[in-house]
Design a protein around this ligand. Structure first.
Ligand code: F6R
Length: 613
């Protein structure tokens, strides 16, 4: 949700900022802007629309200089417009600010500042920050740094900020409270960014700022301080990500690249967490077997796609650990009166580790004295830092806005975690755990098989993408797969889609079925207890002339008697079939979106990391 980048050093800042913003555009793409210290003083450019608009504006009216700050916006307060774009300035053009987050008390601050003679141009919450800083200076703040500290002490809400002062041509200020911000250390200078991939090609080491900290960056170095001005000893971490991980690598979109990365991601996760003796190793989980034996309940909370992973996790944990498991959406959990006690393990699932509702739920669980384990893709993220233990999904940077490889990695993380907890509690035997792990070892190849049939899936998408709606049905472990398939379809192709538990269809959605409605039916198992039930549900669709697209196991003869189109996947244990099935649905959504001509990596109105509530 909004991306910010900044640079101070020996190079021209403009190409660094534009390149960084390009890599952050997945966080928002309503408008973009930069501010740079030029030889003629502090200057800025901003444009409504995609980053390309800004690039075009800069090709006509060049800027050159250093340091600089940049922003790509996902609008919250105020429509996408040039005036609402960042950077925002104070009344005299002395202070330029880029911001990600929401200043919750902006209206009262704005009223006070207006009464003091400040004039606001935009409808944003952000604009109060440069004006507050200006006011602090007018009130006698000792220097710009003191003015920043004074201003931030008055702001409530969430922010990651980059700030330049016209009168300090070699200094960049950064601050963080509740919104992600990293400081990068490179050979040619110092950087700030909403995430590491934005500046990965320039940096060797990274500092993860904590909430309530600010950083003062000059071309000589970085100092981290509290808002009281005390210097903080900070830890630098080596950058582990290869710069190529943030490139498209010849694929037409990041999403397609990320779909194709899944066999490699899952194989490497398995190699990392299954030892030679065929046992699950999750060192970062850290809890003892005794802890798991005394545990009574698991509460899993997340949002969006990660919530579908949570649903899968619930089915699997209940199946393998004998524990009571509950799930909730981050945005709901925090507003009900959840009954969780010390003997509940709270599991938060998030690709980014920065989703506001998931983080707020985690904090609520901590207040209730629960231990927290997070399943997360981003090292150093807020979620990871606030958790007692973690399972990293290690999927690498996910840049396409629609989550794909992070989802299957979350499912695999749940599979490994469930086996680990099941063993620790003595609910499953070593032999059974090994049987499960052997089945999991077959997943990467099974996904590869699906990817090799992409052309067939494309032909099906081409045939069915036109209608106004589509229905996705699945049962048990594949009920979340149906929800996720529908979500993928609607978010990137804009075709309305609904996922449903197949057995529930006759309680309502069956009214939708007619000879035009594509109904995607997940019936990949031939031997398990819900297969026959699923077939009966599909028959109900057939009887009403719905257009059945079946996901079926290779060799299944039955489905061809009623399905108009079939996507075959290799046989795999039912528990783990969602990891394979969802890849077929990702491709189906992808090709539907392609046929409908949408911007697949940056679907309208969406942003990847939802750092506002
Ligand atoms: C959909 C999608 C979103 C995210 C959700 C949570 O494709 O990506 O629904 O899953 O915004 O994000 P994280 O996992 O970063 O907490």
């Amino acid at each position: 949700m909004c991306g910010i980048v900044g640079y101070v050093g020996t190079e021209d800042a403009v190409p660094v900022l534009l390149d960084g913003l390009k890599r952050l555009e997945y966080r928002g793409y309503d408008s973009a802007g930069i501010a740079v210290q030029t030889k003629d003083g502090l200057q800025w450019r901003k444009c409504v629309g995609r980053l390309t608009e800004l690039e075009e504006a800069l090709s006509k009216h060049r800027l050159q200089g250093r340091p600089g700050i940049g922003h790509t916006r996902w609008a919250t307060h105020g429509e996408p417009s040039e005036i609402n774009s960042h950077p925002h300035l104070d009344g005299q053009g002395r202070v330029a600010v880029v911001h990600n987050g929401i200043i919750e008390n902006y209206q009262s601050l704005r009223d006070q500042l207006t009464a003091a003679g400040h004039h606001f141009l935009s409808a944003t919450d952000t604009e109060v920050i440069p004006h507050l800083i200006e006011q602090e200076l007018a009130n006698g703040a000792a220097d710009p740094e003191a003015a920043v500290r004074g201003a931030l002490k008055k702001a409530r809400g969430a922010y990651a900020l980059g700030i330049l002062f016209r009168d300090q041509p070699d200094t960049l200020y950064a601050a963080r409270l509740g919104s992600p911000l990293i400081v990068g250390l490179g050979d040619n200078g110092y950087y700030i960014a909403s995430d590491v991939p934005a500046v990965v090609k320039h940096i060797r080491e990274v500092i993860y700022l904590n909430d309530g900290e600010m950083a003062v960056l000059t071309s000589e170095g970085v100092t981290v301080k509290t808002l009281d001005g005390e210097t903080v000893a900070h830890t630098t971490h080596p950058v582990q990500m290869a710069p190529e991980a943030a490139e498209r690598a010849g694929f037409e979109t990041f999403m397609l690249k990320e779909i194709h990365e899944q066999p490699r991601v899952l194989r490497s996760l398995l190699e990392q967490h299954v030892n030679d003796a065929g046992q699950v190793q999750l060192p970062e989980v850290g809890f003892s077997d005794d802890y798991f034996q005394l545990l009574r309940r698991i509460m899993i909370v997340s949002c969006g796609t990660a919530y579908h992973a949570a649903m899968y996790g619930k089915f699997l944990l209940e199946h393998l650990t004998g524990l009571a498991v509950e799930t909730d959406l981050g945005s709901e959990f925090r507003y009900r009166s959840p009954r969780i006690e010390r003997d509940t393990l709270f599991v938060a699932v998030s690709q980014s580790g920065e989703t506001a509702d998931t983080l707020a739920s985690l904090r609520l669980a901590r207040e209730m004295k629960c231990k927290v384990c997070s399943i997360c893709n981003v090292q150093g993220s807020t979620l990871v830092r606030e958790s007692d233990s973690v399972v990293f999904t290690e999927a690498g940077p996910e840049i396409g806005v629609a989550s794909t490889k992070a989802y299957t990695a979350q499912l695999l993380a749940f599979a490994l975690f469930s086996i680990h907890v099941g063993r620790a509690r003595g609910e499953i035997t070593d032999a059974y755990a090994q049987e499960l792990l052997e089945a999991l070892a077959g997943v990467p190849d099974a996904i590869h098989y699906v990817l090799e049939r992409a052309d067939h899936i494309r032909a099906i998408a081409d045939k069915h993408h036109d209608g106004p709606s589509a229905l996705y049905l699945g049962r048990r472990f594949n009920y979340p797969t149906a929800l996720e398939g529908a979500l993928k379809n609607k978010e990137i192709s804009y075709q309305h889609a609904e996922g449903y538990a197949a057995g529930e269809m006759k309680h309502g959605p069956i009214a939708l079925i007619n000879e035009y409605l594509p109904v995607i039916c997940i019936c990949t198992q031939t031997a398990d207890e819900v297969y026959e039930k699923m077939i009966s549900n599909i028959k109900e669709v057939e009887a009403r002339h719905g257009r059945i697209i079946a996901l079926a196991t290779d060799g299944d003869k039955q489905v061809s008697t009623f399905a108009e189109d079939i996507i075959y996947v290799p046989a795999i244990r039912e528990e783990f079939s969602p990891l394979v099935n969802v890849v077929a649905l990702q491709l189906l959504a992808y090709y539907a979106a392609q046929a409908r001509g949408t911007d697949i990596d940056k679907p309208r109105n969406l942003a990847k990391s939802v750092t506002v509530e």
